[in-house]
Design a protein around this ligand. Structure first.
Ligand SMILES: Cc1cc2nc3c(=O)[nH]c(=O)nc-3n(C[C@H](O)[C@H](O)[C@H](O)COP(=O)(O)OP(=O)(O)OC[C@H]3O[C@@H](n4cnc5c(N)ncnc54)[C@H](O)[C@@H]3O)c2cc1C
Ligand code: FES
Ligand code: FES
Length: 1308
């Protein structure tokens, strides 16, 4: 294998102890603090991007929660001196902590010129990139793993990716790519990479080749840095110096921070500022790991990764069996890069300083009776229990080490972490149990057990009374359990702290977990039916299958075959450029918004004087500085106005009040925090649809202000049956969802001689241009906009990104300087609207077969503070789905609330409309006690049935003339997915397991693909010298693969190889007036316009071709050019184009889940999805769209809950700590995706169908599958009533709705 990595660099000695030195990709960097520029909080990620000018490394969250910034660090183990290769979050790493490090970024691995690294190639080849913004972090995490692990197993790969988010792909292709490197890789994966160069060689394994060079890091030495801003930074390598420095700081009352991994700053971001920093990672004495006669010792600076290995190994040693469980628990703390650098002492000090921190490390160490040793000098060392330690004054002291005792006898250790998400999530409740039992004596508890709970309240640690009640008790005696549960009920009083789970749930968890432990101890002494209560929800490795057709007829064409994404390799190498990668301009300024933190109030005063005093701050811009219109959005569905900066009345928390402009991003972020805002006339905000409905009803405005006029009602031609055999009423609430694109909103505006050059991460350049022009009062043609690609969007960058671009343009206009506004994740969360929440209320009549003969429904969305992007008209139109509609009367409505303006999000409205009708099917089935599939079948649409009006597609009086493909797909799916057999298995499983339940759900869909009057243009240019082709189109590449499809279509139409086509950035000159990219239609319409543009040129070249004998493409192009033929073509698709007509997309999803009834946790065991993509233009791209869309939908229904503060209206779930999107362990363990075989489409573009949005509508099956599992538990609890389950479902909902009553239901 060709070595594409750099050669080892000669070792450079450190220039002195007032200078730090490190290498990035083999190049030495020296930082002398006295030169200025860097402060102690300056992070490695910014140094890599801005100083080393390596833009491949990205940032999204800046809190260790997303993995975008992961790089590889080679350092020396302070104990052994051996090299450590570790993935690290460069967003948490202070530059000053990098002294002696050898850092590799994604650019170190490979590039277009020198060749790509096997990891990069493999990820590209397996379709593991879409928007590509997460990709560098993924590559570097894999690289770090491969470099540090000799015998790589698939399981290692899966476990190591618990800190990297990908919102686009649904993870499956990323794991396939990386697992293909594992020794035990599935042969199918090996086969798939068969034709990739270097396939056999796993990086990190080959000796003498690339990946095996020695680190260039420097020996560690003490450092004493004095910063120009007054702070001190000391790196210490021995304890004596450490104590001298600390003593000095304590004596002089210096506010200092001990720096170990510095990962604590990802959780508690506002603990500073500090006057001094003392870096302790390099002290060998603090990294000790040893075992003596009576205890094991773990040094304070032992990382969590090291602790896991040590404890899990120790678990095999007599007297330390429990340690294995402790180590195993730490695997679920934080994520791999954080654990690689985060230390035990760091975690425990976080608990010391913030008692409400639900520390897992504290909990498990306290459970097993660990001791913490605190030192104020090498000889003055005191020991404490963990609990007592919380009250120790730590001024001038350090944690030196921890001990855990040897325990002989039959100790049972169990610990739990019940969370929002299995990976990288803090606990709702964590629990530790250490119980000594005598199995030979009725499982008597022979000494006082240790029972600890976290997440209850700042002071709660031990369930003391329960411990006492259990001491000496026989576990086989049912009264023992009863007594213990009663004690827990009395002594556990969880606090009420949003956005945490409710106190009721957390209290119940303590009882349920104790019951789990006792069932586990009793083992086969417990009733067989109950034993599933003892185990943790088992989780297997993920696997997937993807099935699609290719067409032999097109073997020589670029079309209808799987091709790698056009940009995949440059995304994998970090060469792909995003807006924030555009180099810093001369004189560039940075902008940061000042946001309202309350909703429903008036502005009393905004005082920026303190901010303006800060050196480097240039100006503060508010509404009065806007020369034109104070709006960044005038509406899409409706005309209106959304203020750029609030003038007086604040509707929603997160609205912008102004923009601070300063010389650097660091300064501007700090300055924005100094702007003081005073409010007046604060009123309680309305935050929920139902509250808004109640308010409007009370005010008598419900029918006019909430419900849309009657002409928007979707009605069947026939009247409802007023005497239906059965009648039911019900409702479904569906929450909002954050888009969570990995690339935050960003814009850079540069003044030019004729106006402004704008780089914006937008899906909609036309709207950006128009709104800048209106706000600045300048002509549209003075604004040039360029968008190469965006790092994910899903609707958020249609109207929302405009605010950032308009603000940056305004600042640039005012200052006459280039201005960049780059939001961080938290600001984006606060400012930007989300998917619209929904409320569906229905009354249905049906016969004994479940056939609906009357349906009255109201479908109301929460548009947020303005109704500009309300989507309920879509929802009611798409509700018919694949069903016959008799007697339907479905009325759309919208509320406005004091939340941000909610906006389009992948499959807007369609998702909720389809979910509501499917909920109705489930409800009918429940009443009739029938399988929900039977009810669906009884209602299937047949030829001749009326079609209800649907936006731009179906009209009054239309009837269904096509073939409803759903019955066929279902029959096929039932066969391939063993539906009947699995249904029986689920029934049997549920009968024989009281506490673990399975649920199965099958949801079909007919999705009406319409074009909504959107228009897009394309420009194609053929270059005469070599016949290569450049294309620019009006769509935006946001990960959906639009450029790849355009290139395939152009290559196919022109009859040339794909390699001849390049797709260039979108800009507002070449493709002026194009609409927003979205609705899964842009790829199609742009492909169509590409065909037309290419055909224009071919037509012009035809006479030349006639005159040549079998010319090569290059010859034809040259001759045409010489003959004066215009080799440029352009076409704009519009509604008037008769060739492209709306059509139906069909799909079915069968989902099976397993639910732990005692904890509420669930997992998706298997998911089979079939989607009709017509004749897929690019099957790998379409599979990627299906999987990504599906997994985003799984997040909507089963994870992503938004919580607002009830009094201020501020969003509380606004970062990766609180808002959880799907991670690898959330996706189905077994995911099988089929693009329907032998399908075609007479209406769409080149016989294909859209794929980006419909699968999201099918994801609701997971809600019903979980509901069916809960239903089985309720049946066991003696209740068979219908119950409402809203989305997103949480573990708390599962426990609450399962109706488990510990007093009545807990038995052995
Ligand atoms: C994304 C993310 C997810 C996380 N999830 C979890 C979770 O699920 N459960 C959980 O329990 N934790 C979690 N954590 C916390 C994580 O375990 C800690 O951040 C880590 O262990 C802190 O170690 P550190 O070395 O980085 O500490 P630092 O950040 O360097 O320091 C933290 C504090 O400890 C002090 N300190 C460090 N070493 C010493 C010492 N030897 N003596 C005295 N004071 C010292 C510092 O002064 C500082 O106040 C998470 C963190 C992140 C970033
Ligand atoms: S940016 Fe570093 S983990 Fe998210
Ligand atoms: S490709 Fe992973 S976030 Fe877009």
């Amino acid at each position: 294998m060709k070595c594409i990595l750099r050669k080892p660099q000669p070792h450079q000695p450190p220039p002195g102890n007032d200078t730090i030195s490190f290498s990035i990709n083999g190049n030495q960097y020296t930082v002398k603090p006295t030169d200025g520029g860097l402060n102690p909080e300056s992070r490695l990620v910014d140094y890599i991007r801005d100083e080393a000018n390596l833009k491949g490394t990205k940032w999204t969250c800046r809190e260790g929660g997303c993995g975008a910034c992961v790089v590889t660090a080679r350092t020396k183990d302070p104990q052994t001196g051996q090299e450590l290769v570790r993935a690290v979050n460069s967003c948490l790493t202070p530059v000053y902590a990098c002294d002696g490090w050898d850092i590799s970024t994604v650019e170190d691995l490979g590039n277009r010129r020198d060749g790509y690294h096997p990891i990069q190639k493999r990820l590209a080849q397996f379709g593991g990139t879409q928007c590509g913004f997460c990709t560098a972090g993924m590559v570097m995490n894999m690289y770090s793993l491969a470099m540090s692990k000799k015998d790589l197993k698939s399981e290692d790969v899966e476990n190591s990716f618990d800190g990297n988010i990908c919102r686009c792909t649904g993870y499956r292709p990323i794991f396939d790519a990386f697992k293909s490197f594992a020794d035990d890789a599935d042969p199918e994966l090996k086969r798939r990479c068969g034709d990739i160069e270097d396939c056999g060689s796993c990086p990190g394994k080959s000796s003498g080749g690339c990946c095996s060079r020695a680190a260039t890091n420097l020996p560690s030495a003490n450092l004493d840095l004095s910063l120009p801003t007054g702070e001190k930074w000391n790196k210490v390598t021995d304890l004596k110096t450490t104590f001298e420095i600390l003593k000095n700081h304590a004596k002089n009352n210096v506010k200092y921070r001990i720096v170990a991994g510095n990962t604590g700053t990802g959780v508690f971001k506002f603990d500073g500022p500090y006057d001094a920093y003392v870096e302790v990672n390099n002290i060998p004495d603090l990294s000790v790991l040893s075992v003596n006669k009576s205890e094991a010792v773990l040094g304070a600076a032992v990382t969590l990764t090291k602790a896991i290995d040590f404890l899990e190994n120790l678990g095999n040693t007599e007297g330390y069996k429990y340690a294995g469980g402790v180590g195993h628990h730490i695997r679920r703390v934080a994520n791999t890069p954080v654990r690689n650098f985060g230390t035990i002492a760091g975690n425990i000090m976080m608990k010391h300083d913030h008692h409400d921190f639900p520390s897992d490390i504290f909990l498990i160490l306290e459970t097993v009776g660990a001791k913490v040793y605190v030192a104020s000098s090498p000889t003055d060392i005191s020991s404490h229990t963990l609990d007592d330690f919380l009250n120790v004054d730590m001024k001038g002291k350090i944690i030196a080490y921890f001990t855990i005792p040897k325990r002989t006898g039959n100790y049972v250790y169990r610990s739990f972490k019940i969370t929002k998400r299995h990976q990288n999530a803090h606990a709702y409740v964590n629990a530790g149990f250490l119980i000594k039992v005598d199995p030979a004596n009725n499982f008597k508890i022979t000494e006082k057990p240790s029972i600890c709970f976290g997440g209850i309240g700042p002071k709660f640690v031990h369930a003391t009374r329960t411990e006492e009640a259990l001491t000496g008790a026989d576990l086989t005696d049912p009264n023992t359990l009863k007594k213990a549960i009663k004690m827990l009920d009395e002594e556990v009083e969880p606090d009420n702290h949003l956005p945490d789970a409710s106190p009721q749930y957390r209290k119940q968890l303590t009882k349920n977990l104790l019951y789990k432990v006792i069932l586990g101890i009793l083992g086969d002494k417990a009733d067989g039916n109950l034993r599933s209560g003892a185990i943790d929800l088992p989780r297997k490795q993920n696997s997937g299958k993807q099935i699609y057709d290719t067409d032999e007829e097109f073997a020589d064409s670029a079309l209808y075959k799987p091709v790698a994404k056009l940009e995949a390799l440059i995304q994998c190498s970090g060469e792909a450029e995003y807006v924030n990668d555009v180099p810093k301009q001369t004189g560039e300024l940075s902008g940061a918004f000042v946001l309202a933190t309350v909703a429903n109030a008036e502005i009393k005063n905004v005082d920026a004087s303190e901010a303006l005093k800060m050196p480097g701050v240039v100006t503060f811009i508010t509404a009065k500085d806007i020369p034109g219109r104070n709006s960044f959005y005038d509406g899409f569905m409706l005309n209106g106005k959304e203020e750029l900066f609030v003038e007086s009345h604040i509707r929603a928390s997160g609205q912008a009040l102004g923009l601070v402009v300063a010389e650097t991003r660091d300064i501007v972020i700090a300055a924005a925090k100094l702007v003081k805002v005073e409010y007046k006339d604060k009123k309680k905000p309305i935050l929920k649809i139902k509250d808004a409905i109640e308010k409007s009803k009370a005010e008598g405005t419900f029918e006019t202000a909430v419900m849309y006029p009657s002409f928007m009602t979707v009605k069947s031609p026939d009247a409802p049956n007023t005497a239906s055999e059965h009648k039911i009423k019900g409702e479904l609430n569906i929450g909002g969802q954050a888009h969570f694109h990995m690339e935050n909103h960003v814009a850079l505006v540069i003044p030019q001689d004729d106006g402004l050059m704008v780089y914006s991460s937008t899906q909609w350049i036309d709207q950006t241009q128009m709104m800048i022009a209106k706000a600045l009062n300048i002509p549209n043609n003075s604004i040039e906009i360029k968008v190469k690609r965006i790092g994910g969007s899903y609707g958020a960058k249609a109207s929302r990104s405009t605010q950032v671009a308009v603000a940056a343009a305004l600042a640039s206009h005012i200052t006459r300087k280039p201005v960049r506004v780059a939001l961080d994740l938290e600001h984006g969360f606060e400012m930007m609207g989300k998917r619209l929440p929904y409320y569906g209320d229905y009354e249905v009549g049906f016969d004994q077969n479940g056939k609906i003969d009357a349906l009255q429904a109201k479908v109301i969305c929460d548009a947020g503070m303005y109704e500009l992007d309300a989507t309920s008209a879509f929802a009611v139109a798409y509700m018919q789905s694949c069903y016959h509609a008799t007697g339907w009367n479905v009325q759309p409505g919208r509320t406005t609330t004091n939340t941000h303006l909610n906006t389009f999000c992948r499959a807007p409205g369609t998702t909720q409309g389809i979910a509501i009708i499917e909920n109705i099917m489930e409800h009918i089935a429940d009443v009739l006690k029938k399988d929900a599939l039977e009810i669906r079948q009884a209602n299937f649409l047949k030829p001749g049935d009326p079609l209800l009006p649907c936006h731009g597609k179906q009209h009054e009086g239309d009837v269904f003339e096509g073939v409803n493909l759903i019955p066929t797909i279902i029959e096929e799916l039932k066969r391939t997915a063993n539906y009947e057999e699995r249904k029986r298995f689920v029934e049997d499983f549920n009968k024989s397991n009281r506490w673990m339940k399975r649920g199965l759900s099958l949801v079909p869909m007919r999705y009406l693909q319409a074009y909504h009057g959107m228009k897009y243009s394309v420009f194609v240019a053929i270059h005469n010298q070599d016949g290569t082709v450049s294309i620019s189109h009006g769509g935006i590449e946001c990960g959906q693969g639009i450029n790849t499809k355009v290139a395939q279509v152009a290559a196919h139409t022109l009859g040339i190889p794909l390699s001849k086509i390049a797709v260039k950035a979108t800009n507002n000159l070449v493709t002026a007036n194009s609409d927003t990219t979205g609705g899964a239609i842009t790829s199609e319409l742009v492909s169509y316009a590409t065909v037309k543009s290419c055909e224009q040129i071919l037509e012009r070249m035809a006479p030349i071709k006639k005159g040549l004998e079998d010319p090569s493409w290059e010859e034809l192009v040259q001759k045409s050019n010489q003959s004066g033929i215009d080799l440029r073509g352009t076409y704009q698709y519009s509604l008037n184009d008769p060739d492209v007509k709306p059509y139906d997309i069909y799909g079915v999803n069968l989902t099976e889940v397993e639910v732990d009834i005692l904890t509420g946790e669930f997992k998706i065991v298997r998911l089979d999805l079939v989607e009709d993509a017509g004749k897929s233009l690019s099957p790998e791209i379409d599979i990627g769209q299906i999987e990504g869309s599906l997994v985003m939908g799984l997040g909507l229904w089963s994870e992503e809950k938004l919580v607002f503060h009830p009094e201020t209206g501020r969003l509380l779930t606004r970062n990766t700590w609180e808002y959880k999107i799907p991670f690898p362990k959330c996706i189905p363990e077994d995911m099988r995706i089929v693009i329907m075989r032998n399908a075609t489409n007479p209406f769409g573009v080149l016989r294909s169908k859209a794929t980006g949005e419909p699968p999201l509508c099918l994801s609701v099956a997971v809600l019903f599958a979980i509901k069916n599992a809960i239903k089985a538990a309720r049946r066991d609890a003696g209740n068979t009533d219908w119950f409402q389950l809203d989305g997103p479902v949480t573990p708390e909902d599962v426990v609450r709705l399962s109706l488990t009553d510990p007093g009545a239901h807990f038995r052995y």
